[in-house]
Design a protein around this ligand. Structure first.
Ligand code: CTP
Length: 479
């Protein structure tokens, strides 16, 4: 079988290979995606050569243009450079697999087939020749094409060997299955289940990269269900694993919160490609197991799971090696607030409650509403419709109040420095009390969101605290 390599970059590489009588092939993801007609966002091309990959990368860079900078990773025996839109990675064919966690340099060189054998999956072991006389020829000693057509993830070797070479491959199997909508062949999957413990030797950074890729799939629930079934989930993410299961008391059962959470993740994934909003969906009920209570009158409850869930986020992010920055705060905020719009849809809604939610959610209010709508997982069409209609009312109310009061990005019309200047006091407890009183009065609709009214309240509140204004006519706070 021949593959049509019509990009000029392959011609260039072929010319270099032929000139120096080097044996080289394109291998891995590029070949797989090309055969699947899959548009890959990153144009990574892996090239394997018999001999020294680093030397060949240097040669190729020199021949392909002036000023190309080659990055060398001696520990992995690889080198790469960028050419146009492409990232080219070069590696020498090896007989034994290297351990990606190891710092030991790769030494054992081998043939192309040796190299293909030590790759992760048959569909990733397909190689296409760059050599002039065989240009475009597909080398498929492990039946990758047949697995590609049958949509199967299978290891070229006994899966126990492939997975012990690099246990991250167990997660990659699941990620590819979900990303490509493939099935993991039975022996391969059984081997993941029996080798799951070995994932512990893989760095958290590599694990989270795969987890994020699963989250970004169209149907991420399938990935999490496979992670759970294989036993990987309880090792890499025990908090999520402990959401699973249904308990029944006196004939009353609660829903399986793991299944619910991954369905919410699927729901939101059809409306957003914001990875952090997807994370918030996955984690919104994370504190349900620790807040679960049963009462024979009222049944199962999970009181306060939203606040406790919010509190758990920094620790979960730290453990998973997710960033401890604004993204984490955003997820925490959405978890914290995820029941608030529901509350607004159930009771007679006061303007003040809507204003408070707008103030707390700020610019993330639209994402919060998406999360709440995704949280409806009832299979009963009438119930779904009713909840969605209620959220529609909440959205209208939010729009109305936002137009009227503009509290979404609330900035107090009287700030801390004006309070300090007016009473000639030092920053401290009183400043906080006055600021909170002004904020609460505005959010509760007691005073308008304007400087004059806020200043009057500041004076009154200050006097209650025994403070006397020293400066009666300061510059108004320009907003
Ligand atoms: N590979 C492997 N074992 C790993 C990682 C990678 O055998 N743990 C091999 C596979 O042949 C793979 C190639 O190296 O196709 C390139 O790896 P990578 O760039 O991580 O993956 P791709 O297959 O290109 O897919 P994607 O870009 O979607 O991750």
């Amino acid at each position: 079988m021949n593959i049509c390599l019509n990009d000029k970059i392959f011609e260039m590489l072929s010319a270099i290979v032929t000139k120096d009588s080097i044996k080289a092939w394109i291998i891995g993801g590029y070949v797989r995606d090309h055969l699947l007609h899959r548009d890959h966002p990153e144009k990574d091309i892996d090239i394997v050569v018999v001999g020294n990959g680093i030397d060949f990368a240097r040669k190729a860079a020199k021949a392909m243009g002036p000023g190309i900078k080659v990055s060398i990773f001696r520990n992995f025996g690889t080198a790469m450079f960028r050419y146009g839109d492409y990232d080219l990675e070069f590696v020498g064919a090896r007989k034994e697999s290297y351990n990606r966690e190891s710092r030991k340099p790769v030494v054992t060189t081998g043939t192309l087939e040796d190299d293909q054998r030590r790759r992760d999956f048959t569909i990733n072991a397909l190689a296409v020749s760059l050599n002039r006389e065989t240009f475009g020829e597909l080398l498929d000693p492990f039946n990758g094409i047949s697995d590609l057509n049958a949509k199967i993830i299978r290891t070229p070797l006994d899966p126990g060997i492939t997975f012990s070479d690099d246990p991250l491959r167990m997660m990659r199997a699941i990620r590819f299955a979900v990303q490509l909508n493939f099935t993991i062949e039975e022996t391969t999957f059984k081997s993941i289940a029996s080798n799951a413990e070995r994932i512990r030797i893989v760095s958290k950074e590599r694990i989270i990269e795969e987890l994020n890729k699963i989250i970004m799939c169209d149907n991420p629930s399938r990935g999490f269900i496979l992670l759970e079934k294989s036993g990987l989930l309880k090792i890499i993410f025990p908090e999520l694993d402990s959401l699973k299961g249904v308990e029944k008391k006196e004939g009353k059962a609660h829903k399986d919160n793991f299944i619910h959470s991954v369905r919410v993740l699927d729901n939101i994934s059809s409306n957003t490609s914001n990875m952090w909003l997807r994370w918030a969906a996955l984690l919104h009920d994370i504190a349900k197991p620790v807040t679960k209570k049963y009462d024979s009158e009222s049944g199962w409850s999970f009181h306060g799971h939203e606040f406790l869930g919010g509190k758990m986020i920094p620790d979960i992010f730290r453990k998973l090696k997710l960033p401890l920055n604004e993204k984490m705060k955003y997820v925490k905020k959405l978890v914290d607030l995820h029941l608030r719009p529901i509350a607004l849809s159930q009771e007679v809604v006061t303007d003040s409650a809507v204003r408070r939610l707008l103030f707390e959610a700020g610019d993330d209010i639209d994402d919060l509403m998406l999360l709440c709508e995704a949280d409806i997982t009832s299979r009963n069409e009438a119930t779904r419709k009713k909840h969605l209609e209620n959220f529609g009312l909440v959205r209208n109310k939010l729009r109305e109040i936002e137009e009227k009061d503009a509290v979404r990005n609330f900035k107090p019309p009287v700030d801390g420095s004006e309070i300090i200047r007016t009473f000639m006091i030092k920053p401290g407890r009183e400043v906080g009390i006055i600021k909170n009183a002004i904020r609460d009065a505005i959010l509760d609709g007691i005073i308008p969101n304007e400087h004059e009214a806020a200043r009057k309240l500041m004076i009154d509140k200050g006097q209650e605290l025994g403070l006397t204004p020293q400066d009666e006519s300061p510059e108004p706070n320009i907003q």
